[in-house]
Design a protein around this ligand. Structure first.
Ligand code: NAD
Length: 431
């Protein structure tokens, strides 16, 4: 797939429908495909999901009534290996979104060169309103309905929004019953005692930190002189903020669903984490910073590094022009809408895109799967060193590709990923 011509990057036209994550993903995919000179046949193979499964799961609720939940599993692609991707429990789960997230997983695994394809799953439900028993019955029902889709060498789920180690344990147990043995490698993100990996909890935030350090080096910026703002203070945001501050970066701004918090002298991240843990996972009332009038103002504060680590589509054509940061490192999936890309590129801001920046999570999930297959537990040091090396190698490859084609890092990441999958497809062949 190596292109013979060096193409000049063309800005995609701003899109009115950029909020549709599938459209957003495809607009970047199309630019990368053009740069690679992807032939029509391969383009057609890579753009569509291999398989979409829709199931209806009857669940006896605690009041004795049966409710039927709709669930999905989309396998985008298995050219590089068994498909990998999380399961989302949320009332807004939508097939289009699941399709986009599945494709993102294909590109994410390819960018970090791990032998997985991409998938995603979801069930339309409101987990916060359901009892543990209802969630367990729904998870077991979903697993049974997907028993011919899942498998340690076929399709390996993981947690996503609304699911965690508890749900993964139920899934592992239910799947194991269908095959008549214990099958830990069918799912990752399991509790540590039943085959989870050391280092998984902090893996995504750690990857964000490693990618940020690599980018600062390219920008010739010393972490000790740099300030940052982190949007979202959950798993990814809090670990990214903690590890960045340990590297000397001054975290001046933080936000979560309760609002945005600012301290010109730098926020004590350990203090903020301790506060959050003692207050139902939220920062409301945190005294180590003052609250900004509008939470979204955090994105346009005067900092060097911006880490969106909360939700999709927060950087759009409406606020991109006001961003002051020199570097954006995308901890969240899809925080920048396609319509904001040209504005950010015009301003010369470096973006470490989601499919690279937050790939530390799937990398350590891959390590969990390898350990389960080996029946051998790695030390935390081994996990961390190997994950850091994978992130640094992937960052360098994407950076070199962006230089070679004179394109932003986001397009370069898609070029690296699509090239890898397309080359493998050519070798494997179709019929
Ligand atoms: P989480 O549920 O642990 O935390 C989400 C945080 O975002 C919370 O602090 C919440 O209060 C905050 N938040 C929600 N809406 C907000 C808003 N509008 N403004 C500011 N803050 C808001 O989730 P997470 O696991 O940290 O995931 C965050 C993002 O990272 C998601 O896009 C997820 O898909 C992505 N991601 C997560 C992982 C992982 O390993 N956890 C891996 C790859 C990508």
């Amino acid at each position: 797939m190596a292109a013979t011509t060096v193409y000049k990057y063309k800005e995609p036209a701003p899109r009115v429908d950029a909020e549709n994550p599938l459209e957003s993903m495809m607009s970047r995919f199309n630019v990368a495909a053009e740069i690679l000179g992807l032939d029509e046949e391969t383009y057609e193979v890579l753009k569509a999901a291999d398989k979409q499964v829709i199931v209806h799961i009857p669940v006896t609720m605690d009041n004795g009534k049966v409710r039927v939940f709709e669930g999905y599993r989309v396998i985008h692609n298995t050219i590089l290996g068994p498909s990998k991707g999380g399961i989302r429990y949320d009332k807004n789960v939508h097939l289009d979104e699941v399709k986009a997230l599945a494709a993102w997983m294909t590109w994410k695994c390819a960018v970090v060169d791990i032998p997985y394809g991409g998938a995603k799953g979801g069930v339309i439900c409101e987990p916060s309103t359901m009892s543990s028993g209802e969630l367990e019955r729904m998870t077991r029902g979903y697993t049974l309905a997907m028993k011919d889709v899942f498998g340690p060498d076929r399709d390996i789920p993981a947690p996503d929004m609304g699911t965690g180690p508890r749900e993964m344990a139920w899934l592992m147990d239910e799947f194991s019953k269908t095959v008549g043995g214990t099958s830990p490698a069918v799912v990752t993100g399991k509790p540590l005692v039943m085959g989870g990996s050391l280092g998984r909890t902090e893996a995504t935030g750690r990857g964000v930190m490693v990618a940020t350090m690599a980018a600062l080096k390219k920008l010739d910026l010393d972490p000790h002189t740099v300030s940052a703002a982190v949007q979202g203070f959950g798993n990814v945001g809090s670990w990214a903020a903690k590890l960045l501050s340990e590297k000397g970066v001054k975290i001046k701004g933080l936000s979560d669903v309760s609002g945005a918090y600012w301290n010109e002298n730098g926020i004590d991240i350990d203090e903020a984490i301790a506060y959050k843990n003692a207050h139902a996972g939220r920062l409301d009332g945190f005294q180590g910073a003052t609250m900004l009038a509008r939470a979204d103002d955090l994105l346009t504060t005067d900092v060097d590094v911006l880490v969106p680590a909360a939700v999709e589509d927060v950087i759009t054509e409406h606020n991109a022009h006001a961003i002051k940061a020199k570097l954006i490192v995308e901890g969240a999936n899809g925080p920048t809408s396609a319509s904001a890309d040209p504005i950010i590129n015009e301003k010369g801001i470096m973006v470490v895109p989601d499919i690279l920046a937050n790939s530390g999570g799937v990398t350590v999930s891959y390590f969990e799967w390898v350990q389960n297959k080996q029946g051998f537990k790695w030390s935390e040091k081994m996990v961390t060193e190997r994950a850091d090396r994978i992130m640094n190698d992937a960052f360098e490859k994407v950076y070199q590709t962006s230089q070679k084609y004179d394109v932003p890092m986001r397009i370069a990441a898609y070029v690296v990923a699509i090239d890898k999958v397309a080359q493998t497809y050519k070798f494997r062949g179709g019929y």
